[in-house]
Design a protein around this ligand. Structure first.
Ligand code: ATP
Ligand code: MG
Length: 423
């Protein structure tokens, strides 16, 4: 098998091919090009282009659908062979990915029925697997015939939530939620509560985020609703989503700016080019930067921000993977992005904010990043106590929210001194 079929709903979009030299290429179907539903699956894979897209551009879309690092290595162990090629991975697990596309070795659309094709996933079973040092993604693939692929370095399980129970679709029906167990490194303490609290705080500060929850079994699980799914007439529809690496042709290993990945400027330019409301999305993007900076989310690389297709162009998707990483030694102490070419946030002064914006070409409004920073800081301080209190009431024995509050306080003090923010 040297080709995989890429479907959007019931239409064949194109073919992903493995070439003799093990490079990948992608080409659109003529029918998709002519279809009233047809669109480019990423800005670099232009539907109007003729022929095959090359290895680099093809991989920048498909490689970014796959799990990373340790998670991927464990899945390889489970299937008993190396899945070094993205193609082999998608062949096995591409039935349910981030976004709208189903990737399958079968030429015919995989008809999906909603009944009897789910297996219930006991949280106690999952807890035991976790406590037994198993990787949950491979556990679910092995024990419940789950066939899905989600990006990221952390263990996670996409699932369907019905009547407060967790189900794994076994025939490729779209999942609606994602579940994350505690971080595999014990030094990343209370990661589940950290992400839950950070997402709640973001929501209180007016950032758009999907609904989140914590389900406590023998261990806690972080649960987030998928924003790339929508219920229409009783059926779950998959929405087209791409992250900022896919949108600009970067591979997973380039997700951090320091590894040659996108900068704030290139992300802004990408937004400017592809958003159907770039004025509004620029404001939202800037608030995302400020929020991450203030809460200490140093891991906000360019795969942690995405677009959703609106039928014509893109809009920024709701935010995800927000957490205060700066309290953990295992994460970088530096922010994922440079500001005006300076990679040390502890050195940033007002000038850095201004010059960064000028470098984006916004020299008529050079203060927008700094002004947003002051505004987000105020909103954060206005909401922090209430959110900590709500968290404490629900999880009285967990210290995560108090620890994050302290961290935010320290960061704000440090910024206030250097940026001379008054009030
Ligand atoms: N609520 C959501 N709705 C839709 N897609 C999501 C959602 N949350 C995450 N995703 C998708 O899953 C991918 C991985 O999720 P996430 O970033 O939370 O995982 P992670 O493993 O913690 O990531 P990282 O490697 O940044 O630590 C995201 O890049 C995004 O494509
Ligand atoms: Mg992520």
């Amino acid at each position: 098998m040297n080709q995989l079929f890429v479907f959007y709903e019931r239409e064949l979009v194109g073919k992903l091919k493995k070439n003799a030299d093990v490079t990948l290429s992608f080409s659109y179907e003529e029918a998709w090009k002519e279809s009233k539903n047809g669109f480019s699956i990423s800005p670099l894979l232009d539907i109007k282009a003729e022929g095959n897209f090359d290895n680099r551009v093809t991989r920048s879309f498909f490689d970014n659908l796959l799990p990373e690092g340790k998670i991927r290595a464990l899945l390889e162990k489970f299937v008993g062979k190396s899945l070094t090629n993205d193609f082999q991975f998608l062949e096995k697990f591409g039935a349910d990915c981030a976004g709208a596309f189903i990737i399958t070795p079968n030429e015919d659309y995989p008809e999906q029925t909603l009944s009897n094709d789910f297996e219930e996933l006991g949280l106690s079973e999952l807890s035991k697997a976790y406590l037994n040092n198993e990787n949950l993604m491979s556990h679910v693939m092995q024990k419940h015939r789950g066939r899905f692929s989600l990006a990221g370095a952390q263990d996670k399980v996409p699932f369907v939530y019905m009547d407060h129970k967790v189900y794994i679709p076994t025939n490729g029906v779209a999942t609606t939620h994602v579940l994350k167990p505690p971080h595999f490194s014990k030094s990343v303490k209370d990661s589940v509560y950290n992400e839950y609290f950070s997402m709640k705080l973001a929501s209180a500060c007016g950032l758009k985020v999907p609904r989140v929850d914590v389900i406590e079994s023998e261990i806690p699980f972080y649960v987030v609703e998928r924003f790339d799914r929508k219920m229409i007439a009783g059926e779950v529809k998959r929405l087209h989503q791409i992250d900022f690496c896919q949108a600009q042709g970067y591979l997973t290993e380039e997700k951090y700016q320091e590894d040659g990945g996108p900068s704030l400027k290139s992300n802004y330019l990408c937004l400017k080019k592809n958003s159907s409301d770039m004025i509004e999305d620029t404001k939202i993007f800037i608030r995302w930067i400020c929020f991450n900076l203030l809460i200490g989310n140093n891991d906000c690389h360019s795969k942690n921000i995405s677009f959703l297709w609106d039928g014509r162009k893109y809009r920024l998707s709701p935010f995800y993977d927000l957490l205060c990483t700066s309290i953990y030694r295992g994460y970088s102490a530096e922010f994922a992005f440079k500001l005006n070419d300076n990679g040390y946030w502890g050195q940033w002064k007002k000038e850095h904010f201004k010059k960064e914006i000028i470098s984006w070409g916004l020299d008529k409004s050079p203060e927008i990043l700094f002004e947003a920073f002051v505004e987000v800081k105020k909103t954060l301080l206005d909401n922090l106590e209430t959110e900590v209190a709500a968290f404490k009431e629900r999880f009285p024995s967990i210290k995560a929210a108090r620890r994050i509050k302290e961290e935010i306080g320290n960061r704000i003090n440090s910024f206030d001194k250097r940026l001379k923010i008054i009030g």
